[in-house]
Design a binder for this molecule. Structure first.
Ligand code: ATP
Length: 524
């Protein structure tokens, strides 16, 4: 990517952040007290959008799969849960401090950023050569034969392999050495005066003080998945499920993230949407494939361009996983993880069985045998999904103004089924009672079906812009003629097409074009 393009991307990110604040999508938490780092509140528009994304996920997973059941487990769990899951001993980030700037970084992120810089050099060489060779250009051939580029790629592979080894083996001194060998400097100060790398647990703890003088340590869950594992038998028995079956839930998770300056991409308090699918041992990789494809289809059904989403296989598999992939989205700051799909073997159920002393097995009547099911999980952050949708939707384009001249507008092209407000009812003029009465009657009717707004302030052009800025797919204008012919003007957000339709048809047209069911049907 060219430097100029990169600047534009960072401007885009800044614009999205300020748009979120201006139009009531996302606010800094406790803003009147100067805010709390990496914690955010959702405003009126943001809450509606978030609810719609959650509904899309929930319905596609629970409603469309008759063997997936939804639960809502508590944030607090018995402290032994976290011993069994491995979070107490191993849910760590490798951190490094710069002695001069006193800033703290994740060691692996510093190295990843270094790799990204080399990647950028490769991209630059590739686009230069593509221009030079025109139609004859074969990217793969160029990458393997061009001495400088193949050297960059070999260097990336070498760094990745060492990083993966350090992380898998927990080799912190080697991680520090890698940072020194690569001559990585503090991005803030340019200093190379680093401390050694240390592990830092990401879980927040609090006290349960039910008996005076005796306090037990509790943790805020760092993922929703463990609430599913510990309820495996409860759900299997009460739903009389046969393997394979799944358990899904959405809910808050908490992580004491140190590097937290990417808006809602990385927060200390965030929401996850997770599903654990319990299968016969040996069949897990077939289901892994199914879920990988289904989840990508779910993203693409929103109209996200092909080149904005990609799979990224994990370089370093956790010791209990036998396959793991991320779905990455091309955020304004580059491709980053949006969702993880993991084949976790029987690790979690076996651990909970060991630590609780309770048998967590399944009797398979078809095979006539007992076993611990294997698990394939899909895990997506609701807030990251929200950010990816806004990044995709935020656009500036040109539209004709009232006099027919081109003027720029800011529009959120949010998929209609997810848009916070489905339609706005606008009386063309506000000083004619008959028109405002008619418009209000239409609005009062539509609000039973959709989230709608009624707006009579300002010129019609300004009102259209306000609706564009919050992503409303349809505006309905009521004018003098409406009183005579019972028709209104329906304006579509993206095409700007305006058509006259009978008032009696408005509800059906909006329903058809903004419905969650129609979006879900595309997943079949
Ligand atoms: P990362 O490598 O970015 O820290 P992770 O691999 O630790 O993410 P998982 O533990 O697999 O993430 O969590 C599943 C999903 O939860 C992620 O794909 C992401 O969408 C979301 N998520 C994880 N941590 C955060 C966070 N701090 N803020 C917002 N969303 C998060």
């Amino acid at each position: 990517m060219h430097l100029k393009q990169r600047y534009r991307m960072s401007d885009l990110f800044k614009n999205i952040v300020s748009h979120c604040k201006e139009y009531g999508f996302v606010f800094q938490s406790s803003e009147i007290y100067d805010g709390l780092g990496a914690v955010y509140d959702y405003g009126p528009m943001g809450t509606l959008l978030k609810n719609n994304i959650r509904e899309y996920w929930w319905k596609s997973m629970v409603q469309l799969h008759d063997n997936i059941h939804g639960i809502d487990s508590a944030i607090f769990m018995h402290p032994t849960t976290w011993k069994a899951s491995g979070h107490l001993d191993a849910f760590m980030d490798p951190l490094i401090d710069n002695k001069d700037s006193k800033k703290r970084y994740r060691a692996d992120v510093l190295i990843e950023d270094y790799i990204e810089k080399i990647n950028k050099k490769v991209d630059k060489e590739v686009s230069k050569a593509a221009k030079r060779f025109g139609d004859d250009f074969v990217e793969e051939k160029f990458k393997s034969e061009h001495p400088r580029v193949s050297g960059y790629l070999a260097q990336i592979a070498e760094i990745r392999a060492e990083l993966a080894r350090c992380l898998t083996e927990g080799d912190l001194p080697a991680l520090g050495k890698l940072i020194a060998d690569l001559d990585i400097a503090d991005p803030a100060s340019g200093s190379r005066n680093w401390t050694e790398v240390r592990q830092f647990n990401l879980m927040f703890s609090t006290q349960l003080g039910s008996v005076a003088g005796k306090e037990d340590k509790l943790y805020l869950r760092p993922e929703t998945a463990q609430g599913i594992f510990v309820n495996f038998l409860n759900v299997a028995n009460t739903t009389r499920s046969k393997v394979p079956f799944g358990i899904a839930q959405t809910g808050k998770a908490f992580r004491n993230e140190i590097i937290a300056r990417q808006f809602i991409f990385r927060m200390k308090e965030f929401e996850q949407m997770e599903m654990q699918y319990f299968v016969r041992p040996g069949e897990e990789l077939d289901y892994y494939k199914y879920w990988k494809e289904f989840r990508m289809k779910w993203h693409r059904a929103l109209g996200t361009p092909e080149d904005k989403l990609r799979f990224h296989d994990h370089d370093n598999l956790a010791h209990y996983a036998n396959a793991a992939v991320d779905i990455e989205y091309d955020f304004p700051f580059g491709f980053k993880e949006l969702e993880g799909i993991h084949s976790r073997t029987d690790f979690d159920l076996k651990k909970h069985q060991e630590f609780s002393g309770k048998k967590l097995q399944y009797f398979d009547t078809d095979l006539n045998e007992n076993y611990t099911p294997y698990v394939v999980e899909t895990s997506i952050g609701l807030d990251r999904m929200f950010l990816s949708i806004l990044s995709q939707a935020y656009q500036e384009d040109e539209v004709p103004d009232a006099s027919g001249k081109a003027s720029s507008r800011l529009v959120l092209k949010i998929p209609p089924a997810l848009a916070p407000i489905k339609c706005a009812v606008l009386p063309l003029v506000k000083n004619k009672e008959a028109i405002t009465d008619k418009a209000q009657a239409i609005f009062n009717d539509l609000r039973f079906s959709f989230d709608c707004q009624y707006d009579e302030k300002d010129t019609i052009g300004r009102r259209y812009r306000r609706q564009d800025a919050i992503g409303t797919p349809y505006c309905i204008t009521v004018d003098f003629e409406s009183l005579e012919d019972g028709e209104v003007t329906l304006r579509e957000r993206d095409s700007l097409e305006q058509v006259r339709i009978p008032i009696s048809e408005v509800e059906a047209v909006i329903r058809e074009n903004t419905s969650m069911s129609n979006l879900l049907k595309t997943l079949q």
